[in-house]
Design a protein around this ligand. Structure first.
Ligand SMILES: [Zn+2]
Length: 84
């Protein structure tokens, strides 16, 4: 059976991430999407910081997921730049 991530920090952040992602998906314009994307990147940075004291094998998996989120947000920002 697939095991869910049990990191409490990520679990706590999950609500914010899904709220921000919803904002990105619902935004009507790229500028609006980009502002949510910037919020997402800030959130990722702060959650990454919270992981500094987490046991390393768990934090490693968390960082991989968080970095993917960040990359996705950066792509949104890149799209906005291209448009200008
Ligand atoms: Zn975590």
């Amino acid at each position: 059976m697939h095991q869910q991530i049990v990191c409490p920090l990520c679990q706590k952040a999950e609500l914010d991430f899904s709220r921000i992602n919803e904002g990105i998906n619902r935004a009507a314009t790229l500028a609006e999407k980009a502002s949510h994307a910037r919020e997402l990147i800030q959130k990722v940075e702060s959650v990454l910081k919270e992981h500094e004291n987490v046991e390393s094998s768990l934090a490693e998996a968390c960082r991989a997921v968080l970095n993917l989120r960040k990359k996705a947000a950066e792509i949104v920002l890149k799209l906005e730049k291209v448009k200008r």
